[in-house]
Design a protein around this ligand. Structure first.
Ligand SMILES: [Zn+2]
Length: 464
């Protein structure tokens, strides 16, 4: 569990100062109310916040691997979606040093993972504003409902940040629900002996007067905060170009460097093959980060640059995480209940790749999955609890739904759906209802019988 946060003396003083008469926004004529403290996600009701929509995160981070201390400034550009008297950001642990809204000091206080900012002037609906939070401390990992660790994970030489589903609040304050996507700029300052990586395009690299090295990272396309990443360690980097113009940046921690060389070289080929199936690549950068950190036991589709523990940097896993760039990263779930739209598609991408390039028909993979009891624990569109979001039915039964769709509508229509879905919801959010409606519109017919059995049905059908 994330460490419970404390309200600092400075924060209390700031709150008291702004509660003094004459300091409310009522004088400006706006009668704002506080934004909601959560977006009522079915599994994480307090995740995300209401009342505003983030357009951009500017994160400036300095990290000291020896002490584990992170110093950060988050500059959040957002638009108020209601008359706002106060609004929340999600932040776990760490100490807030100060906050401003549009340059003026803002009162703030903390309760659990909620950081509340109260601007000096209320924010009328439609107003664009800039909130700045400075913070520091040693980030604590977050233990998921299923027992796995996420967030800012310390490694022997540095750290890796993995945010699915709630981990990003352990290293920067934000609207940490997948429905609020934004562009990012990240400035990362580190001791010269380690290398730092993040999402998107590396736009600058400079040595500071004190000898530390700063790299600057730009993510132009909207990104859900759970896909933001930082990797710090003794990485060797390599560059290539894919699809004619997309820069590919890979980074591997030294013990794993030799073993990963062949697959790293293959990345542009795999990307080109996926573009043929899924349509245009949705981002302006690509690559992979392979960490030697043994405490990370899963790969994650961090945007433009998926992250792998050394032991799982293999072709199948790469195909899976790379497919997420279309399914999950570009088309992002509206809520965590829609997670099968990520994992079902990425798993089916493995089956398709195996069929086309490794001579294993998707039907064979389907039948294997059908035979496994673990895949029938619950319907893919309705995981019973947060701890089940990454269980086998979400992946395997999710892929089975897509294979049954393919068998029902035929290869030609299915290919159209496979390319059309990420085109229709490119850089946006979509839910299960959006997908079933879209598939039916392309197929030109009702598919309720298919969804009832394979997507929503509790039991195992009589035959595959
Ligand atoms: Zn996945």
């Amino acid at each position: 569990m994330p460490r419970r946060s404390r309200t600092s003396v400075a924060a209390l003083a700031a709150v008291l100062a702004l509660l003094a008469p004459g300091c409310t926004g009522i004088a400006s004529g706006v009668r704002g109310t506080p934004g909601a403290a959560g977006l009522r996600d079915p599994y994480f009701p307090k995740l995300g916040n209401g009342g505003y929509d983030v357009g951009h995160y500017g994160l400036t981070l300095a990290y000291d691997p020896a002490s584990g201390r992170l110093d950060g400034t988050a500059e959040i550009t957002a638009r108020a979606t209601q008359d706002l008297s106060a609004f929340n950001l999600d932040l776990a642990g760490l100490t807030v040093r100060g906050a401003t809204v549009d340059g003026a000091p803002a009162a703030y206080n903390r309760a659990g993972n909620e950081l509340t900012l109260r601007p000096r002037e209320e924010l009328p609906a439609g107003t664009e504003f800039r909130a700045t939070v400075t913070y520091s401390g040693v980030p604590e990992p977050i233990t998921d409902a299923d027992g796995s660790e996420e967030g800012w994970l310390r490694t022997p030489d540095g750290a890796v940040a993995v945010g699915e589903p709630t981990g990003s609040m352990s290293w920067f304050p934000g609207n940490h629900h997948p429905s609020d996507k934004a562009s990012y700029d990240l400035v990362l300052t580190l001791p010269a002996r380690v290398e730092g990586l993040s999402n998107g395009v590396r736009t600058a690299r400079r040595t500071e007067p004190d000898g530390r090295v700063t790299t600057v990272w730009h993510t132009a396309e909207p990104m859900a905060s759970y896909l933001a990443t930082v990797a710090i360690g003794r990485y060797e980097t390599g560059t290539a170009t894919a699809l004619g113009a997309v820069p590919v940046l890979t980074a591997v921690e030294r013990p794993a460097a030799a073993g990963s060389a062949a697959l790293r070289k293959e990345i542009p080929v795999i990307l080109a093959r996926q573009v043929k199936r899924f349509g245009p690549y949705p981002f302006s950068a690509a690559g992979a980060v392979v960490t030697g950190n043994e405490s990370l036991d899963y790969a994650l589709e961090t945007q433009t640059r998926p992250l792998f523990p050394a032991g799982s940097f293999d072709r199948t896993t790469f195909v899976h995480e790379q497919a997420h760039q279309w399914f999950g990263d570009s088309v992002t779930p509206k809520s965590w209940r829609d997670i099968w739209l990520n994992e079902g598609f990425a798993t089916y991408a493995e089956w398709l790749y195996g069929e086309e390039y490794e001579h294993v028909p998707a039907r064979t993979r389907f039948e294997r999955a059908f035979a496994q009891d673990a895949n029938w624990a619950f319907p893919p569109a309705a995981p019973p609890a947060a701890e089940n979001l990454f269980d086998p039915p979400v992946y395997q039964r999710g892929a089975m739904v897509l294979h049954k769709l393919r068998e029902t509508v035929g290869d030609r229509v299915f290919d159209e759906i496979l390319r059309g879905w990420p085109a229709k919801y490119r850089h946006a959010n979509a839910g299960t209802d959006d997908f079933t409606a879209y598939a039916e519109s392309v197929a030109g017919r009702d598919l309720d019988a298919l969804w009832d059995v394979w997507l929503y049905g509790d039991g195992k059908p009589g035959k595959p």
